[in-house]
Write a protein that binds this ligand. Sequence first.
Ligand code: AOF
Ligand code: ZN
Length: 418
Amino acid sequence: MLDLAARAGWRGFGLVEPNPMVGCVLAREGPGGEPRVVGVGHHRRFGGIHAERDALADCAKRGEPGGARGSTAYVTLEPCNGHGKQPPCVEALIEAGVVRVVFAERDPSATKGGGSDALARTGIVSRQSLVSAWASRLSAPWRKHLATGLPWVIVKWAQTIDGRVATGSGDSKWISAEPSRRMVHALRGRVDAVLTGVGTVLTDDPLLDCRVGVPRTRAVRVVVDSNLRTPLESRLLKTVSKSGGSEPGGVVIACTSSVFARDADRVERFKRAGVSVLACERDPTKPCAGTEQVDLADLLRRMASQHHGLGRNGSGVQTVLVEAGPRLIGSLLRASLVDEIVAFTAPFALPDSAARPASESTSQQSPFGLIHDGRGLGTFRPGLARLVRGCDDMLTTWWRDPNNSGRTSRSAAPNQTE
Ligand code: AOF
Ligand code: ZN
């Protein structure tokens, strides 16, 4: 039931932010004791009615005898218990005669939290269940942003069966098929920001916007460009409106604060082109003389803060899609900054020793060293695996296992069938 609620809630992706995606299923026992769904709902748009009231409205529309009375509500987030743009869902559930509530994640917010206790005080049985990974995933970006001030980072790549993402010369356009690319465009039209590195800008000259289908939102496009090498004549910069980088669809270039100070002319030229330049801390783990790099955690933190006016209504970036080369992806992975991996696997191999893997290191450090000292690689739990409809590409998604960053042994893998 929570999986089903999650599936409903997922429809809000790109429409409800900066609020969480939420789904709700109302079910009741049928004559043979089997659960029977009597209403399904989700949060459809920012400021609109919540998933619980949407499900109750669905139940009424179905003409269920007795309405939702006596039913169980399965909600991906603890029902809210305070007034915001919407009245508390706890009240709606009580009024409708729901007798039991099962929710996936707690609402940690001061204004809306505490719904479970409020329900219990009126005799409604309410309990948390974490059986559905999808139900938890649904509100994960919102909860992470609230708790840490960092965005949810989704890294996407397209690889061959043998794990290559580009030929030795950097050619990568041919790996995934058209239907997979359509899915990537859909994703671009739902996240708050798309992030890439200057290397990708120099080799591919990408636009990073959603050009297939109708975008639900226009993500800000961010380039990690520590030394300000992005060409003014790149397609990215030619598609910027002059109103500034924090506008929907705008471009932000991230450099180190010392390059920002040193290269004032170039910064000024970017600004005149409508680009915002974000001065970030320098990565302390990288050598500084001439080759300093942006500290990625600091960049993400700046993107997520309200301070820079990025994200939905300037509320800070909550979701980032990374479409970048092996270096940037490797750095994000090593810094434990990746929450989710979306990998498309194409039905062929590329047995070429110069071909590049999805993630690589700029330093000489052996990955086994990283695994053994438990720093940063983290482990991922499988989200979904399926064929992409209309082609032979396989889509797999992986979520960071929050309890197991840097785990060394496969045998410690959590039970997937729980
Ligand atoms: C949602 N949709 O389905 C649920 C939410 O300003 P409001 O009244 O819309 O309240 C937003 C808060 O309500 C949100 O941050 C979260 O704490 C809680 N639950 N929010 O947008 C929903 N159930
Ligand atoms: Zn609510």
